[in-house]
Design a protein around this ligand. Sequence first.
Ligand code: SF4
Ligand code: SF4
Length: 342
Amino acid sequence: MEMVTLGKTGITVNKNGFGALPIQRISTDDAVALARRAYEAGMTFFDTARFYTDSEEKLGEAFEGMREKIYIATKTAAQNAEDFWKDLEVSLHNLRTDYIDIYQFHNPSFCPKPGDGTGLYEAMLEAKAQGKIRHIGITNHRLAVANEAIDSGLYETLQFPFCYLATEKDLELVKKCKEADMGFIAMKALSGGLINNSAAAYAFEAQYDNVLPIWGVQRRSELEEFISYIDNPPVMNDEIKALIEHDRNELSGEFCRGCGYCMPCPAGIEINNCARMSLMLRRAPSDAQLTPEMQAKMKKIENCLHCNKCKSKCPYGLDTPTLLQKNYEDYKRVLAGEVSVK
Ligand code: SF4
Ligand code: SF4
């Protein structure tokens, strides 16, 4: 069994963390059963967020009465101290606990620091002094904020997208976290569904001993794949290397990672799903992308105002409005049967 220690937090867990974003989409009974199955199989790290609607409540129900057996990380997107305390109290209530193991700032556009006028970091320190949180973390999609958080020495963990499509700059973050004795929690290790070989994804993460991937699962079959890696962790070999190389070539350059950082869109376009539709149609079963609901979402691209708000916020420098149009044209061809997908 491969274990990871999250830097100076000392939290040591199996290398398969549970990402609780997708359990929003399933019933409470199913979510509770899934989380309990994960725990019984050896997963002890559960990452959620105040922003993930009822995800915290579902975890709270799953683990009531056994709090000390697991680690819980959650997040606040508060922009001021007042909202920070409100979020923390709601999270504690939902999770049916009196402490959070790692409390994280959720993707802030800046790196909160003492004296920056927001009162956010001071609130973290106060919450820690009160015993309501045990460790202070930050999540982000922006390299600049992530680097600043590491350099500040104020954070015990960083959560950042990290998969086998990582750039040199992403790898540098992992290295810097290790040097700073900070835990690195890897989100989007399957790149939001674009990576369809979980063994390759695991083998990549396994090369970095300070990285804890949190797998976002909502189906029992997906969970069982990761559970099987607890006893039989996939290792990097020539076959996996070739697959990664192939995917890197196919997904290099201008592709949307689905991070949603560019949203909301004033025209109501679900950019994080629509701007990578062509890839989703070809790399995952296409049925889910061709439903009437999804067709309606894609049709909204026709209402794009070309305001470029999305483009200015995309951390990958994508020309998002153009990318949306390209994906929409392709989608219409697929619907018309002019192009075939899987
Ligand atoms: S350019 Fe189009 S897609 Fe982008 S934010 Fe504006 S309306 Fe939305
Ligand atoms: S367009 Fe950019 S910011 Fe928007 S979801 Fe895609 S990668 Fe993220």
